[in-house]
Design a protein. Structure first.
Length: 211
């Protein structure tokens, strides 16, 4: 496992690990552990749509790739019969491999990840936004921005964004959070488009958040 990145994420390099995670239950398990901390198969079961025995099997499968490990330091875990698990890192990342097998596995995992967050903005608008105070409600929103760059420039931009965000991401692990701080979720898509055909007219989204 490599953690040589700004966020301390688990970096997946094996096509087999990509395929293992490209399963809706296993992906849900890992995301739940990363977001809410150590849990047992029984505790995870109602949140990932599988029975405890099925969840236990998926956990062991994830463990073979180092994505989850036995939880350490959980109060009372040592005295309980059920096994406690934790995510190996706060998040994960991967790059599409060069070989066809790896690229297919990576695209499958991307598909599962897109599916998981597809409804997140609408759910936030319906359930969270109405309960925020005015200051936080004004911060939330959407940006839909087109820009022109080379592949190398796009990578540099992503790295710069991650470097900018890293201190806030890592803040969850320390006790220096300023008063009034709370968890904020940023969904960031980087979607290179195909070159436009000569004479084609592309419709632009409206609204103040589009550019």
């Amino acid at each position: 496992m490599s953690l040589k990145n700004s966020y301390g994420d688990f970096e997946i390099t094996e096509p087999q690990a990509l395929r293992a995670l490209a399963h809706p239950v296993r992906l849900a398990i890992l995301v739940r552990l990363q977001r809410h901390g150590p849990a047992t198969a029984t505790g995870l079961s109602p949140h990932v749509g599988a029975t405890p025995s099925v969840v236990s099997w998926h956990l062991r499968h994830l463990a073979t790739f180092g994505l989850v490990t036995d939880a350490q330091g959980v109060p009372g875990a040592a005295s309980k019969r059920e096994r406690w698990w934790q995510a190996a890192a706060r998040g994960f990342r991967f790059a599409l491999p060069d070989d066809a097998e790896g690229q297919a596995a990576g695209r499958q995992l991307r598909g599962e990840m897109f599916a998981r967050v597809a409804e997140a903005p609408q759910q936030w608008l319906l359930h969270d936004e109405p309960r925020l105070d005015d200051e936080w409600r004004r911060v939330g929103g959407l940006a839909d921005t087109w820009f022109v760059a080379t592949a190398a420039e796009a990578r540099q931009l992503e790295e710069a964004i991650e470097d900018l965000l890293a201190p806030y991401v890592r803040r969850k692990d320390d006790d220096t959070q300023p008063a009034g701080a709370q968890v904020v979720r940023m969904l960031r898509y980087l979607l290179p488009e195909l070159p436009s055909e000569p004479g084609a007219v592309r419709s632009e989204p409206g609204g103040p958040a589009a550019s």
